[in-house]
Design a protein around this ligand. Structure first.
Ligand SMILES: [Mn+2]
Length: 357
């Protein structure tokens, strides 16, 4: 049995590099909607029994952008025409308040959609062999751990069992701008008995554990510069073999490249071209032309920072030396004029005393 997976869509009219399309829509929102179409076609072509979404359908917490809601609503309706059951988990960005209200409520009206907004087992007659235990996002990791320890037995007639959550896992790699939870789950918190454990939340698709039992689905598209050069897309999971096939959508990517790598740019990509700090203006101009010829959707040429002076000397202090003892050698190292050193050293000692108080 195959299942199509996507997560962290964050459908939103992002302003950066956005154009207004002939249909009046923000192009960055359209990119997310087109990615949903890719997931639907990928699921159909793979013969998937169902589609599972790992949370964060929308971007802005607590309120819905009207074009984003209408566009996502229309895409979700299309999944029904293909006869595919669509299981939607509530992520933190979909939540509106602590009382449990969320942005996915409206989709409960679709017969093919299952909104997983409470911990529990979820099933659909169209995918009779599949049972999904879902844990929607909560910031209380201890509560998630408690729920994981108290999962009721799976329905006996379910041949395949998935666990889907939206949580932070210890050891996961995250992008530079991603919010990392203070207390995270460990792979060992997840009980056995599932064919696959899937999480949304962190945007980099990856396995969490060595036996390849727990995976981050990863975000569907690139959203910000924090995503640069990282893989994004959807996945087709074969629950009989445990193999997860990752598929990129055609959505624009955020890329940071050298001029020599510009051949990898697809039309529409957002590209930052890194040139050496001392590149002459001709190199910069040539890169600008190449970027334009590649039909990038936006971007710029950036000079790399000049390399800092290599460290010629080391303070003669061991790594375990206490801070008090470091001040003298540090001031000697930095300050050229010997007559100003005592005053600065005294200031340093004074600051340390204040900091310790
Ligand atoms: Mn999230």
């Amino acid at each position: 049995m195959k299942v199509a997976l996507f997560s962290d869509l964050h459908a939103h009219p992002f302003a950066q590099y956005a154009r207004v399309l002939p249909n009046g829509r923000n192009s960055r929102l359209q990119d997310a909607l087109d990615a949903m179409t890719s997931v639907r076609h990928g699921a159909r072509d793979a013969g998937a029994a169902a589609v599972v979404f790992g949370g964060d359908l929308f971007h802005t917490m607590g309120r819905l952008d009207v074009p984003a809601l209408n566009g996502v609503h229309a895409e979700i309706a299309q999944f029904g025409e293909d006869g595919l059951p669509l299981f939607l988990l509530v992520g933190n960005h979909d939540q509106a308040d602590k009382a449990g209200r969320h942005a996915l409520e409206v989709f409960k009206a679709f017969a093919h959609v299952v909104v997983m907004d409470e911990p529990g087992w979820y099933r659909r007659p169209r995918a009779p062999g599949l049972a999904i235990y879902a844990i929607p996002y909560t910031e209380d990791t201890d509560e998630v751990r408690r729920l994981l320890g108290a999962i009721p037995p799976a329905p006996a007639d379910a041949a395949r069992r998935l666990l889907v959550l939206h949580a932070g896992f210890n050891g996961a790699r995250t992008g530079p701008h991603e919010y990392r939870m203070a207390a995270e789950l460990a792979a060992g918190d997840v009980p056995d008995g599932f064919d696959l454990v899937l999480s949304g939340h962190y945007h980099l698709p990856q396995w969490i554990d060595e036996p390849r039992r727990i995976a981050y689905i990863g975000a569907t598209t690139h959203q910000t510069w924090g995503d640069a050069n990282q893989p994004r897309g959807y996945a087709i999971a074969d629950l009989d073999t445990g193999v997860l096939e990752r598929v990129e959508t055609g959505a624009p990517r955020f890329l940071r490249l050298t001029p020599g790598e510009l051949g990898t740019v697809r039309p529409g990509d957002f590209v930052e071209v890194l040139v050496p700090h001392d590149a002459d203006d001709a190199v910069v101009a040539a890169s600008e032309v190449t970027l334009e010829e590649a039909k990038a959707g936006g971007g710029q040429i950036v000079r790399e920072p000049a390399p800092s002076e290599p460290c010629a000397t080391r303070l003669r202090c061991g790594p375990t030396t206490d801070l008090e003892a470091l001040i003298g050698p540090y001031v000697d190292h930095l300050v050229g004029e010997p007559e100003s050193r005592p005053e600065l050293a005294a200031l340093g000692h004074d600051l340390l005393k204040k900091a310790a108080a």
